[in-house]
Ligand binder design. Structure first.
Ligand code: ATP
Ligand code: MG
Length: 260
């Protein structure tokens, strides 16, 4: 017997670019109230996932904590925080909340945390967000870490990339259908074709490569500069010009660098 099913008719909705422009006028943005906003048109668009990538200690988790505190504490909305590196510290959220004049306990109560210890758990996390939690922000801190730890070597690369793509598709679908904001952070690896003449964002590439590029709208590379300053650089956006903004890590999380 043939396995071929009768193909169901798929409805296609055509619209003009003008219609899309009108629809997009109502799109909301999460102003992060950090220099990041200036790179991406004023804030993260609803339905969009932004990636922050860079070397260890550069401030990726600090960005995640700052945005979680902003949404949970300042906006009073639920946040889902998937901490794939088990580095989330409530004490740091309390510090950021206090420095911003927010209620630390209320802030913590709005952050729904999962700390997956395997790629399988990470994969399930989004499917198993309890129905009574309606997050406005979902953060995945260290999105490639568990996949990288479990799928080692070239022979496992294809499987790793496939699973990573699946995870990102789940995340993107969740963020788009619920019209919420998405943030992922990611580590870097040394580009094997590097040369000292390349800019740093081409010498250090985000783990996961093209699996991520296709799922993520805006990608921001973070690097260290002098005296503790960090530089955020928008890389290969389909909408915004390349630009850089400095920021610092303080008791308030991440914030603009004060002019000296
Ligand atoms: P990894 O790849 O290892 O996860 P990361 O990019 O997530 O690294 P973070 O942990 O976000 O790095 O940032 C570490 C940096 O943040 C350190 O330079 C540290 O000095 C700074 N930092 C951490 N806590 C505070 C704080 N309470 N006040 C000011 N700076 C802090
Ligand atoms: Mg981190």
């Amino acid at each position: 017997m043939s396995k071929k099913k009768k193909k169901e008719k798929v409805e296609i909705n055509w619209k003009t670019a003008y219609d899309l422009w009108q629809e997009r006028k109502n799109i909301k943005r999460l102003e992060t109230k950090t220099p990041i906003d200036e790179l991406i048109g004023g804030g993260i668009e609803e339905g969009e996932v932004v990636e922050f990538y860079g070397e260890f200690g550069v401030g990726k988790s600090q960005i995640s904590f700052t945005l979680a505190t902003r949404v949970a504490g300042e906006l009073g909305e639920d946040v889902v925080f998937i901490d794939c590196e088990s580095t989330f510290k409530p004490e740091r959220i309390i510090e950021i909340a206090k420095a911003r004049g927010l209620d630390p306990e209320k802030t913590l109560q709005k952050i729904h945390l999962i700390q997956p210890i395997s790629a399988d758990e990470q994969m399930e996390a989004i499917d198993q967000i309890p129905k009574n939690i309606k997050p406005k922000l979902i953060v995945v801190d260290g999105v490639t870490t568990l996949f990288r730890a479990e799928y080692i070597g070239r022979e496992n690369l294809a499987e790793r990339q496939g699973l990573l793509r699946q995870f990102l598709k789940k995340l993107l679908t969740y963020v788009r259908t619920n019209k919420i904001y998405g943030v992922v952070t990611n580590q870097v690896y040394g580009n094997p074709e590097s040369s000292p003449f390349l800019p740093l964002e081409l010498r250090e590439l985000a783990v996961g490569g093209h699996s991520l590029y296709h799922a993520i709208d805006n990608r921001i590379f973070i690097r260290k500069a002098q005296h503790g300053t960090r530089i955020a650089r928008l890389v290969d956006s389909s909408r915004y010009p390349p630009a850089e903004r400095p920021f610092v890590i303080t008791e308030k999380g991440i914030e603009s660098k004060q002019e000296e």
